[in-house]
Write a protein that binds this ligand. Structure first.
Ligand code: NAG
Ligand code: NAG
Ligand code: NAG
Length: 976
């Protein structure tokens, strides 16, 4: 009962966000005809605007069923007090209230508009119309009786005039640009899931069309006189800075909303002292910071939202407990430390996801306090320990998200133990447990009590999930299920009940043990709804001929299976298609040509043959990644790239492509990774590629390129390059010093991501940029320490040059020592002569150096002893002489590093030098590579090697963002 009440209150509150809070009922009597002046003013005002049913704001209003053209009832000669949206004072007959929200009005409200002749207005609501790009006229300041003013989401732009500050009787001021607040979002989604799409459409369209935003640089001056204000809502108005104390005179405030106002500087703690404040929303101000937030729980605060602010520090326990706090949102801040006990006094929704909280959940809480809790979101923290029993005894809980933490214990015991006693999560809609350390054998049937389940994710724990079939359960289980994540759950068959899941939108069964053909009935699952399908890392052999029948599919991952035959072609809706590491044969199917929305196409590591189709260059303008690595394609590179294309990664390594590089590649202005290694390409070095300003990775290894590397480059060419692989070709001549000097990106050691950060990325992914940009989804083969190593990811930190197996000659340029971020350098199997340049000792982060099989002379420079990270070193087969440098990591290199240099002497070789010095003390310090910090790329390989991170495409963000929030969550989760 009390919960019902609470929800009701909330609903009312919610509606009050979007509607005139108070259309005050002034028109108690209709006996007075309205004043002729007012009537004329209204009609003129109406005439100055047009009604346009196509304006987007109505999309939002539709969701609340409030679209109406109020002005349709405005007829000359009738009593204007009777008109829709108009309210009159029953004593004086003056128009005192005007509510034209959601009336699909379009036009401008300039100074001199007849609107401003309605001098007696006390309430004015023009929200959700389209007055773009009209500024807010200073004449609004003339409504001296105004108590309620709502101009939100109506397209006003420019600077909010100071005159608004003269409205000293204002009780409510709303200039917000509407945004879907997370909590509302959940709320709405639950109450009416079908509306969520329109929400997003509305939101993004709005964002696009109404940038420039309103600005309020004079915020302090405007509000200073508005001491009666109870509601101040300026979401997405550009305010920039809030002076401490500037809000302190607004002691009547009950609702303050400053979301996304580009606030900077220190968060003024005194806001939390405002004595009547119930709703405080400060989220989405990433430059607003504090490391010592001070809550005051004696205020009537009910809703608090700080998500996406730069807040850190701990949430300290306090003697006082919050009494009225219902909704607490601090997601994606930087809070740390253990959870305060007062958290469990919050009664309705807790969002603390994406922070760095540690420690265990309390073993007991005051359950009656939590009997109305609907949302508990702890996603992406560092929480440990078992799931306490009270978690399964929250009767109102709709959403429980514990993903990406370090929770341990037997999940089956947690469930069955609680089933026996009191498993009362019957209202649960979202249960997300992905990526913890939970163990046990879990029968999905156990969850069958959760009739309202919409999303379940048990992925990446140590769970073994089974499903006992039974007719009754299969068909009636989870009628509302939209998302199911069972990655790494030891599953052997497609669970039978899936065939009844008509509304399924996301399915992740990756990294299981599913074998053989996919069953025919699979295509009935989510036929008109499925848009995410991940079956990667199983042992599937076929059966996906009907892939295109899922007409909503956008994200498809079939990689790392044993699928054979022709590549099944996906539906036109496909955005991301991963089918690498299968046994697909035949040509790239022609229907792929129609996939105009494709952003990421990965057919690498298959057995595709035939000619590489020319249409691959221009079938999708959105295409960002094209990966056909390791197939058997022949023919010439596509030359059809359109002038504006989005291509960032082109990987055709390991095919049979021939001919020279076509200059058409220069039209791919965004190209960052070009890997054409292991083909039959020929011609001279394509120096002109230097004109691609974003190019970071250029791999031409194992082709038939020949000739000189000309040194006459443009000045700003190749400045972003950090990986250059020209090995196994027929290049001759010098390694031009001038070319090397252009490699600006190799000259600075980038931000040294420390180990901790990568660990954090793995365990608290929300804390880092989820949308890529810092690393590429591309694999690249590199010969390190004698092994061909295929890196799953190319990181910004990896810098490497490999020109081995060519016919380069002359001295190794001294300037190579300027490329200080170099990690791998391979100049072996060439004809380099002269000394090893001592400048190589400047390459502080060098891990691998191979100079073998050249004609180098002289001594090995002692400077190389400074290379603390050097793990692999080879100078064999040269004509080097003298003492091998001793000490540090040089103690770890074996004979192989020096073979074929008869003139070398000293450890580890057996031939002693003539005047052998006593080994230095350094030489005694043992170098143990395993005890050293791991190198960053190794950490990354551990962290991400098995998973797959897709979509570095900028557009991918949009793709995600258009989905309902919980799906977005799932995708984020699935991508890790
Ligand atoms: C604030 O109110 C005072 C007194 O009513 C008035 O003199 C002053 O001009 C007002 N300030 C602003 C910014 O409107
Ligand atoms: C608050 O009000 C007091 C008294 O009216 C005034 O002296 C003070 O300047 C005001 N503070 C702000 C920040 O406007
Ligand atoms: C380069 O390859 C093309 C196609 O295989 C061939 O016709 C041409 O003769 C080759 N050019 C050279 C210089 O080898």
């Amino acid at each position: 009962m009390s919960c019902l009440l609470s929800s009701l209150v909330f609903l009312l509150f919610f509606l009050s966000r979007s509607t005139p809070v108070l259309s005050i009922s002034y028109n108690e009597s209709s006996s007075n005809l309205c004043h002729a002046d007012d009537s004329i003013a209204l009609l003129e005002f109406r005439k100055s605007l047009i009604v346009d049913n196509a304006t987007l704001p109505s999309q939002f209003c539709l969701n609340f069923d409030r679209v109406s053209d109020a002005t349709r009832s405005w007829k000359e000669g009738s009593d204007c007090c009777e008109w829709d949206g108009v309210n009159c004072d029953h004593l004086t007959g003056y128009v005192v209230g005007l509510d034209l929200s959601c009336s699909t009005l379009k036009g401008g409200i300039e100074s001199g508009s007849s609107l401003f002749q309605l001098h007696h207005l006390r309430s004015l609501n023009l929200a959700f119309n389209d007055f773009f790009p009209s500024p807010i006229s200073s004449e609004f300041g003339r409504f001296s009786h105004l108590k309620y003013l709502n101009l939100s989401s109506s397209g006003f732009s420019g600077i909010v005039p100071l005159e608004i500050g003269q409205l000293s009787q204002l009780i409510s001021l709303d200039l917000s640009f509407f945004e879907v607040n997370h909590y509302y979002y959940y709320y709405d989604y639950y109450t009416d899931p079908d509306n969520s799409d329109r929400y997003d459409y509305y939101y993004y369209k709005y964002m696009e069309s109404y940038n420039p935003r309103l600005q309020m640089p004079n915020f302090k001056n405007i509000i200073q006189n508005l001491t009666e204000l109870r509601e101040l809502e300026v979401n997405h108005v550009d305010i920039n800075s809030i002076m401490p104390h500037s809000l302190m005179n607004l002691t009547s405030l009950t609702s303050l909303q400053l979301r996304g106002c580009s606030l900077q500087g220190q968060f003024p703690n005194d806001i939390l002292q405002l004595p009547h404040l119930q709703f405080l929303g400060v989220g989405n101000n990433s430059n607003l910071y504090t490391d010592s937030i001070k809550f005051n729980w004696s205020t009537p605060l009910e809703t608090l939202s700080f998500d996406g602010c730069n807040f850190s520090g701990q949430l300290h326990d306090s003697l006082q407990q919050p009494q009225s706090l219902r909704i607490f949102i601090i997601e994606n801040c930087h809070f740390s430390g253990v959870l305060p006990t007062w958290l469990w006094n919050i009664t309705e929704a807790i969002f603390i996801n994406g922070n760095y909280f540690t420690g265990e959940l309390p073993s007991s809480v005051n359950k009656s306090r939590l009997s109305c809790l609907t949302t508990l979101d702890l996603w992406g923290n560092l929480l440990t320990g078992p799931l306490p029993a009270w978690l399964s005894d929250l009767p109102s809980l709709k959403s429980l998200d514990l993903s990406f933490n370090r929770f341990t214990g037997q999940l089956d015991e947690f469930i069955t133990g609680n089933l026996r006693s009191n498993f009362s999560l019957t209202n649960l809609q979202l249960l997300m447990l992905r990526s913890n350390s939970l163990t046990g054998n879990v029968e999905l049937n156990l969850f069958s009590k959760l009739k309202n389940l919409m999303a379940l994710d048990l992925s990446n724990n140590g769970l073994s999930v089974t499903m006992t079939s039974s007719d009754t359960i299969d068909s009636s289980l989870w009628p509302s299920l939209k998302g199911l994540g069972l990655s790494s759950c030891g599953i052997r068959d497609f669970p039978d009940f899936l065939r009844f899941q008509e509304k399924l939108e996301m399915l992740d069964l990756s990294s299981n043990k599913i074998q053989g053909d996919s069953p025919k009935w699979l295509q009935d699952m989510g036929k008109y709804t499925l848009y995410y399908l991940n079956l990667s890392h199983n042992s599937l052999t076929g059966g996906f001929v009907y892939l295109h029948a899922w007409t909503k599919l956008q994200y498809i991952d079939l990689s790392s299976n044993m699928l054979r035959g022709p590549v099944p072609y996906p539906p036109l809706s496909t955005v991301l298609f991963f089918a690498s590491r299968n046994l697909f044969t035949g040509e790239i199917p022609l229907p792929f040509r129609n996939l105009a929305k494709m952003q990421h196409l990965d057919l690498s590591h298959n057995r595709l043959s035939g000619e590489i189709p020319q249409w691959l260059g221009d079938f999708s303008n959105e295409l960002s990644v094209l990966d056909l690595r390791s197939n058997n394609l022949h023919g010439f590179l596509p030359t059809t790239f359109p002038r504006r294309n989005s291509l960032r990664v082109l990987d055709l390594n390991g095919n049979q492509l021939e001919g020279p590089l076509p200059p058409a590649i220069l039209r791919c202005k965004l190209l960052a990774v070009l890997d054409l290694g292991n083909n039959k390409l020929n011609g001279t070095f394509p120096l002109w590629l230097g004109a691609l300003e974003e190019l970071q990775v250029l791999v031409l290894r194992s082709n038939s390129f020949h000739g000189l590397l000309s040194s006459s480059t443009g000045n700003r060419w190749f400045t972003q390059l950090r990986i250059l692989d020209l090995s196994n070709n027929y290049f001759i001549g010098m390694l031009p010093s001038k070319l090397l000097k252009n490699f600006e990106a190799m000259k600075t050691v980038g931000v040294r991501h420390d180990r901790m950060q990568y660990m954090m990325e793995e365990i608290a992914p929300s804390a880092v940029d989820m949308y890529g940009g810092s690393y590429y989804t591309d694999s690249i083969t590199f010969t390190v320490k004698g092994f061909d190593l295929e890196l799953e990811k190319i990181l910004t930190i990896l810098t490497a040059i490999d020109v081995s197996n060519n016919k380069f000659s002359g001295d190794i340029p001294e300037s190579i020592g300027e490329l200080v971020s170099m990690r791998w350098l391979n100049l072996s199997h060439n004809c380099f002569t002269g000394n090893i340049p001592p400048s190589l000792g400047n390459l502080n982060v060098l891990e691998s150096l191979d100079l073998s099989s050249n004609q180098l002379v002289g001594q090995i420079p002692r400077d190389l002893v400074n290379l603390n990270y050097l793990e692999s070193f080879n100078v064999s087969k040269n004509q080097l002489v003298g003492l091998i440098p001793q000490g540090m990591q040089f103690n770890s290199f074996g004979n192989d590093s020096y073979l074929g240099n008869p003139g070398l002497c000293g450890f580890p070789l057996s031939n002693k030098c003539e005047e052998d010095e006593a080994p230095e003390s350094e030489a005694l310090t043992e170098y143990d590579p395993t005890s050293d910090d791991m190198h960053e790329w190794e950490i990354i390989l551990i962290g991400y090697g098995s998973g797959l991170i897709c979509g570095l495409a900028a557009g991918y963000y949009m793709f995600i963002a258009r989905s309902p929030l919980w799906l977005l969550r799932l995708i984020q989760a699935f991508r890790n």
